[in-house]
Design a protein around this ligand. Structure first.
Ligand code: KIV
Length: 271
């Protein structure tokens, strides 16, 4: 029997137990109440209120513009829906890079104002002081290494990271550091599968991969991508579990047609 089926509320300790037992962790993003209700009911382990909301909810090109207030708004909607999943919220760009006190204040605001269960933060050794300070306040922290989208203008492209040995070595050291500091898990984004395997096996805490191969301890996808809502986004790592773009488009076209044809509403659909 998987732990996943037995528990009423997923905690960071349960994720650790899953890794210890070899049970994979499932994580999806959600940003609003209705979507989070469906995701939670379907049995997901972790809901990530990702700063990808900046792209998929607000239509920005990058994750940089989304604000702390906007993240808190999305997170509080998701928390109201999540009866069983652990809810983790991204610290957005500009809310933690200044200094560790600012990072702690941002994390506290997320926890206090949204009711979430922990935060995710991008970066390695360079944000160690902030991670420590947040953890000292009793806030669970998930790390994020590899392709960290808040650094897109430093990277220049969204291609696979850590293919060169120097960057791979830095990632190994960052992962170990985040574990030593007390992070409960680390997201590994778009790195070679062999490196993700090595890191996942060397850490005692769970890794959650996106475009990082099958050896991570869990997998995460952006909900709009895996449901096929974003038509034009088809990177190699993405498996589309539905074609909601077509389903929704057909439904809306039919509605427009029925209104124009004067067949909606009919006699049974009025008072
Ligand atoms: O913001 C996000 O959705 C993320 C995932 C892609 C891991 O950070």
């Amino acid at each position: 029997m998987s732990i996943h089926k037995e528990v009423k509320r997923i905690t960071t300790h349960i994720l650790q137990e899953m890794k210890n037992r070899g049970e994979k962790i499932s994580m999806l993003t959600a940003y609003d109440y209705s979507m989070a209700s469906i995701v939670d009911e379907a049995g997901i382990d972790v809901i990530l209120v990702g700063d990808s909301a900046s792209n998929v909810m607000a239509g920005h090109e990058t994750t940089l513009p989304i604000t702390l207030d906007q993240m808190i708004y999305h997170a509080s909607s998701v928390v109201r829906a999540a009866k069983r999943a652990l809810v983790i919220v991204d610290l957005p760009f500009g809310s933690y890079q200044g200094n560790s006190k600012e990072a702690l204040n941002s994390a506290i605001r997320i926890m206090k104002e949204s009711g979430a269960h922990g935060i995710k933060i991008e970066g390695g050794i360079e944000i160690a002081e902030s991670v420590t300070r947040i953890l000292t306040a009793g806030i669970p922290v998930m790390g994020h290494l590899g392709l960290t989208p808040q650094s897109i203008y430093k990277f220049g492209t969204y291609t696979v990271r850590a293919k060169q040995e120097a960057e791979a070595q830095k990632l190994r050291e960052d992962a170990l550091k985040l574990q030593e500091l007390g992070c409960f898990s680390i997201v590994l984004e778009k790195i070679p599968a062999a490196l993700a395997k090595e890191v996942s096996e060397s850490l005692s805490i769970p890794t959650i991969g996106i475009g990082a191969g099958k050896h991570c301890d869990g997998q995460v996808l952006v909900i709009h991508d895996m449901l096929g809502i974003n038509k034009g986004f088809s990177p190699r790592f993405l498996r589309k579990y539905a074609d909601l773009h077509t389903v929704m488009n057909n439904a809306i076209e039919n509605f427009v047609k029925d209104v124009k044809d004067k067949t909606f509403p009919n006699d049974k659909e009025e008072y």
